[in-house]
Ligand binder design. Structure first.
Ligand SMILES: [Mg+2]
Length: 308
């Protein structure tokens, strides 16, 4: 068994994932479609839970690179950070532009619905919003202690040998703080963030470029230097996933059990990655291992033959 498989199995053995392994409906599509696993309790063993000769067609990983959104993708929306972020946006609308406090939540929701973010919406409507000022309030006041170190996620990321890149609409300071709090800052080779997409943003009404715009997606692919058809893109926002599919990325909708139209996979939580998309970990070495196992099994006479 290759070291990658050994690491994955070691990781799995440490965590309780029985429910995920026993889902009754496959959540993936494509040529790697997986059969439901029988049984659901007891120790996880290679033979009963991860028998590649029974489950997969032999193949190398179809992915050269994994691109991860950050907020609500690598940590749960239930941390309270998302709620705090919304309150901070409301405060920004009230403090900087004098909107009535009672109307700020509705305005914020409308801006998000129409433009994808309050900053993009305000700039598009002609408001002179300084991006640094916006981020200093909206992200700068966040209670970062709500984000806890996630050793399980770190273990998972460390088993992924492909390039790993963060692609977030958030500013770099926020991205670094959140990744640092999670304890996974060193797991990524690149961070594509607000500043990457908006390198020359002045204080004028220059449009802000963010996901899910096509321009943002193209910038990300260009900066990352990836073939989108061999790149897996994970995001909790269905619009971002749709934009990813439009530029030919392989897409994963995170935080949902049901796929959106443009999602190739649905992932309830990032910690379900191994169960839902195991082909990330496939390698030439594992191909050889699978072939070896097949040959070994073929060389053993069946019980009927022995008894005859
Ligand atoms: Mg997100």
């Amino acid at each position: 068994m290759g070291p990658v498989w050994a690491a994955i199995l070691d990781h799995l053995a440490k965590d309780s994932i029985g429910n995920c392994l026993t889902r009754s409906e496959p959540t993936r599509i494509g040529r790697f479609a997986r059969k439901p696993y029988p049984g659901g309790t007891g120790p996880i063993t290679f033979e009963t839970k991860f028998n590649p000769t029974a489950v997969f067609h032999s193949a190398s990983s179809p992915f050269d690179c994994i691109i991860f959104d950050l907020d609500d993708t690598l940590y749960s929306s239930k941390t309270g950070i998302g709620q705090a972020l919304k309150r901070n946006i409301d405060d920004f609308l009230v403090e900087r532009f004098g909107f009535p406090e009672s109307q700020a939540p509705t305005l914020r929701a409308e801006l998000f619905k129409i433009y994808g973010s309050s900053l993009v919406g305000l700039r598009s409507l002609g408001y002179d919003v300084d991006a640094d000022d916006y981020h200093s309030v909206v992200h700068g006041r966040l209670p970062y202690d709500l984000i806890k170190p996630d050793a399980r996620l770190r273990n998972l990321l460390q088993t992924i040998k492909q390039r790993k890149i963060i692609f977030t609409n958030s500013d770099r300071i926020h991205a670094m703080k959140a990744l640092d709090r999670l304890g996974i800052k060193d797991c990524f080779e690149q961070i594509i963030c607000f500043e990457t997409m908006n390198p020359n943003l002045s204080k004028s009404t220059t449009p802000v470029v963010l996901k899910p715009s096509m321009e943002a997606m193209k910038i990300a692919i260009d900066v990352a230097g990836v073939d989108p058809r061999r790149t897996l893109f994970l995001d909790d926002n269905a619009k971002n996933v749709a934009a990813g599919k439009a530029v030919e990325l392989q897409t994963v909708l995170v935080g949902k059990t049901v796929k959106s139209k443009e999602a190739d996979y649905a992932l309830e939580s990032i910690t379900n990655l191994v169960q839902v998309i195991p082909e990330i970990w496939f390698s030439e070495e594992d191909d050889q291992m699978i072939s070896h196992i097949k040959n070994e099994m073929d060389s053993i006479p069946s019980a009927t033959t022995v008894g005859a």
